[in-house]
Design a protein. Structure first.
Length: 461
């Protein structure tokens, strides 16, 4: 929004080559707004803007460009060598790691060589952790104090060393071997007499992440304990870093986007929609479309098997869309509810039996609702039309009971499929709405025609 308002003014200043005015204008703006403006400009003008920014501001702005890694790479290619070095060394370690892991390995190695020895050591250490682990997200910039220090000594240490810390909301307490023994809010230091020792504030209870924890697990821990930052420990309990809520929000957004895309019946796309190449997008979508198409071919096979029944009672074909869609819709509902509950940690594998019992009752009640409506639809229509023939009551019973069976089966299969996928190590989101609907389509036909043969035998069939 800010970018659109100021864009004419910025454009005129660029055309006039009034770089001092541009520098002054951007220096007064939040880095996130500067990043938004830069992304709206042509590539050559992006480089111009970046070259006039102060080094510290340029590094902050560059971090906010992480929504578009391609834009970050273009800027790096267009900037002078000295400015690239300054920005990379000024960036926070976690944001720099996110950039480096997106680059081709050769380009990443080249950029790592530009770092100072200390920053290079940090970058290589973070990149050494498994992909998708908390170790890739953390920053080593934090404040840790000794339990035997006084409050005054601790606050003096914060003033001297806290300028580069990712956050000062929490001060961590470590022993002489660097092991974390407590975390204390800064307000406790500020409200405590200066001559007291840190150990007098401690209760030795804290929440921490392990460097090897998955990023998805970390999101759930942040959500559970409602923290803005969490310490990260190695296998020996030594405090090695810190993860903040802004990183968790990014991970949560990525996970939600991936799940939504999978639930729509496609592979997850790692790039924004407007920037992903057409060929790659088609490949991501085509795979599942082919799988679903082959699955729907079973529907045609099932209908071929009951061709004789359809020929004798053509009226059955009138309700096929009704039966199929009701089962698919109930299955999609159940699948979506369970997948989301799993993502939020509300449901685990051991809850499968409780979920099955609940969906059994829910499916039965929902089926009774739809079955009653279906029965009344046929019964009422038969009073004003002869389309269902003299045996309309059998048609009404077939439709009503079939809806109960199909909706019940859809609810059960839709709720249980995510558990099956989780049990075999697959992503539950793969049990997408189209996949469940395809599965229930085929089985719904079998339920429908089997009940029709049972109910109508000797009269219409």
């Amino acid at each position: 929004m800010v970018g659109r308002i100021l864009q004419p003014e910025i454009k005129s200043l660029i055309d006039a080559r009034n770089f001092s005015a541009l520098r002054e204008l951007f220096s007064e703006m939040p880095p996130v707004d500067v990043a938004e403006i830069i992304l709206d400009l042509p590539e050559d003008e992006q480089v111009i803007i970046f070259r006039i920014l102060p080094h510290a501001l340029a590094a902050d702005v560059f971090e906010y460009l992480d929504v578009d890694v391609e834009a970050q790479q273009q800027l790096l290619r267009g900037m002078a060598h000295e400015q690239v070095v300054a920005i990379l060394n000024e960036m926070s370690p976690d944001d720099r790691t996110a950039l480096l892991e997106e680059l081709p390995s050769a380009a990443a190695r080249q950029l790592i060589r530009l770092l100072t020895p200390e920053e290079r050591r940090i970058a290589q250490a973070l990149l050494g952790y498994p992909e998708g682990s908390v170790g890739r997200l953390m920053t080593p910039d934090l404040i840790a104090v000794d339990a035997n220090w006084t409050i005054k000594e601790s606050l003096d240490y914060v003033r001297e060393n806290g300028q580069d810390s990712e956050t000062l909301n929490v001060i961590y307490v470590v022993d002489d071997r660097g092991k974390l023994i407590d975390d204390l809010r800064i307000r406790e230091f500020l409200l405590t007499p200066l001559d007291k020792k840190v150990s007098e504030l401690m209760d030795e209870t804290f929440v921490a992440l392990a460097v090897t924890d998955s990023q998805e697990d970390a999101v759930n821990i942040f959500r559970k304990y409602d923290r803005s930052a969490l310490p990260v420990l190695d296998s020996g309990g030594v405090l090695v870093g810190l993860v903040t809520i802004d990183d968790m929000l990014d991970i949560a957004e990525e996970e939600a986007t991936e799940d939504i895309q999978k639930f729509g019946g496609m592979e997850a796309m790692e790039e924004p929609y407007m920037r992903i190449p057409l060929g790659r997008m088609v490949r991501k979508r085509a795979t599942w479309l082919v799988v679903l198409f082959l699955g729907e071919m079973l529907t045609a096979s099932a209908m071929g098997y009951y061709e004789g029944a359809i020929a004798k009672a053509v009226v059955l074909a009138l309700f096929l869309p009704l039966i199929i869609s009701s089962g698919g819709n109930s299955g999609s509902q159940a699948s979506m509810l369970i997948i989301r509950a799993m993502a939020l940690g509300e449901v685990t594998l051991r809850d499968w039996w409780r979920v099955m019992r609940k969906e059994l009752m829910a499916g039965l009640l929902l089926g009774l609702v739809l079955g009653s409506i279906g029965f009344l639809r046929v019964a009422i229509w038969a009073q004003f039309s002869n389309v269902y023939g003299p045996h309309w009551i059998l048609v009404a019973l077939t439709v009503g009971i079939s809806l109960i069976g199909v909706v019940l089966w859809g609810s059960l299969s839709g709720s249980m499929l995510p558990f099956v996928l989780r049990a075999v190590g697959a992503d539950p989101a793969t049990s997408s709405a189209p996949f469940v609907a395809t599965l229930v389509d085929v089985t719904g036909l079998v339920i429908y025609f089997s009940l029709a043969l049972l109910i109508m035998r000797g009269s219409m069939l």
